[in-house]
Design a protein around this ligand. Structure first.
Ligand SMILES: [Zn+2]
Length: 479
């Protein structure tokens, strides 16, 4: 037998534990895990992973590519965003088909994105979430068509009135449909009435520039909206997933709901773990224009504690590639800025540094957040673990290696990173994606347009979220 690729002397860390083995890869699939003392088989290429940790390639469940937000269009293509993701150890992204505000229907938005994955040369595998803004007579049939295409998750926003916001009737109906069609609702939860009231008050006193973003969207707006949606989820029986949770109270609300038996999931993003609202009084506050905004330092500490206790399911980038010129065009009025931060390439080092290096989270638990849980929650069966039969998506890294973040190194189609100048650990040395070595001794090796559109399994066919034993044990100790 001759493998296409053999990774020897690997310390493999999956979400359920660590093992030393050699990894054999054929036709883009892991076909063998060999004991360390086994005879070394033939391979076209062998990588010696001595001293490196091997984890499953990252699955970024929330990554915007080729995104339109109001008057703004992000600066990327599928080719560039997937390349940036690969450089940062992410081998699968899940993007969104969001109607662009020009009369596009949800199914048109989704089918266009599926087409663009190949048309615009994705470098890694891409799955998609659908999105519904306003319910009409055709929505049921459109959701059925999405399910046929392997899209069993639908995103809705409780804020952004006049653009992507869904009203209560739409949210209730779509959640009923998620039960009927065996899907999962993705929710951006911020209470629009509170935000509108506070934003108007800020504008009235002349405090509506980017340095006031956090004042215009208070914590309670997120907590209130999460609780409302959880009530709708309980009423309909639909599973719900909350994107980019930024407050401890919002995470606690989801954990409580799970305790009552709801299927409810929490996502955090690395930027909410590494920065607090003091960024808005810094030199370049435009680099931190995102919704929800950055929170207080005590919220950041509380959020990290909840990740450490296993209350959070996934770590996603919420990547969007706007540049500083776009951010600065209307930085005197946050209501007209394009929100969203580039982060596809820094999800691994930023999350690893915040949680493993600074909080002592075991690497197994980081793998759960970074890869295993996003794969499971989103129904991507061949992803999220280094295991025989899975796609050969593997990251090798030296836990001791640190680098200073420079936007120009990240190739994220933006001239800034929210982590500019920070020294982070957890950078990939090698990345294997679908069997291709795409980061080779630290250098990007473009595999060409090999990325595929991949469908999700229906919700009921997704295995439960494994809360690693270490988390359960530590939670018991601290309780
Ligand atoms: Zn987003």
């Amino acid at each position: 037998m001759t493998f296409d690729l053999l990774i020897t002397n690997a310390t493999i860390v999956n979400a359920d534990g660590a093992v030393r083995a050699s990894i054999g890869i054929e036709d883009g699939t892991v076909t063998a895990l060999l004991a360390p003392d086994a005879v070394v088989p033939d391979a076209v290429r062998t990588i010696d992973a001595n001293g490196l940790v091997a984890i499953p390639g990252g699955v970024d469940g929330h990554c915007h590519a080729e995104q339109t937000t109001g008057a703004y269009r992000s600066l990327d293509t599928y080719a560039s965003t997937t390349s940036a993701a690969l450089r940062g150890g992410t081998t699968t992204i899940i993007d969104f088909g969001i109607p662009d505000g020009t009369g596009q229907t949800p199914i048109e938005a989704l089918e266009r994105k599926i087409h663009l994955v190949s048309e615009n040369g994705a470098r890694c595998d891409v799955a998609l979430h659908g999105s519904v803004i306003t319910w009409d007579d055709s929505t049921s049939a459109q959701l059925e068509r999405m399910a046929e295409l392997g899209v069993h998750s639908v995103k809705m926003y409780t804020t952004n009135r006049g653009s992507t916001m869904s009203d209560d009737d739409t949210i209730v109906r779509v959640l009923h449909e998620m039960v009927r069609l065996d899907g999962l609702a993705y929710i951006h939860a911020e209470h629009d009435g509170i935000i509108h009231d506070r934003t108007t008050a800020c504008a009235d006193r002349g405090a509506i520039g980017i340095e006031h973003l956090h004042e215009s969207r208070p914590e309670i707006s997120e907590d209130a909206s999460v609780r409302e949606i959880l009530a709708v989820a309980e009423y309909t029986g639909a599973p719900v997933y909350f994107v980019h949770q930024s407050t401890p109270a919002a995470v606690d609300a989801v954990a409580e709901a799970r305790g009552r038996g709801l299927n409810a999931f929490s996502e955090v993003c690395p930027h909410y773990l590494l920065h607090d609202e003091s960024v808005y009084s810094g030199l370049a506050p435009e680099k931190f224009a995102c919704c929800p905004p950055f929170r207080s330092s005590s919220d950041v500490a509380g959020l990290r504690a909840r990740v450490n206790r296993g209350l959070v399911d996934t770590l996603s980038s919420d990547h969007t590639s706007y540049d500083l010129a776009q951010k600065r065009e209307h930085s005197d009025d946050v209501r007209h800025m394009p929100h969203g931060l580039p982060g596809a390439g820094t999800r691994m080092p930023a999350g690893y540094t915040a949680m493993v290096v600074e909080e002592g989270l075991p690497i197994e638990d980081f793998v759960a957040l970074f890869s295993a849980n996003p794969a499971r929650v989103n129904g991507l069966h061949r992803k999220g673990a280094v295991a025989v039969g899975n796609d050969a998506d593997i990251v090798l890294f030296d836990p001791e290696e640190r680098r200073v973040v420079r936007a120009s190194d990240l190739h994220q189609d933006s001239d800034f990173s929210p982590f500019d100048g920070m020294e982070l650990a957890g950078w990939p040395r090698y990345v294997v994606s679908g069997g291709h070595v795409v980061v080779d001794a630290g250098e990007f090796a473009d595999p060409g347009p090999v990325g595929r559109y991949i469908g999700q399994a229906p919700f009921s066919e997704r295995p439960g979220i494994t809360r690693p034993a270490s988390v359960v044990a530590r939670h018991a100790v601290s309780a």
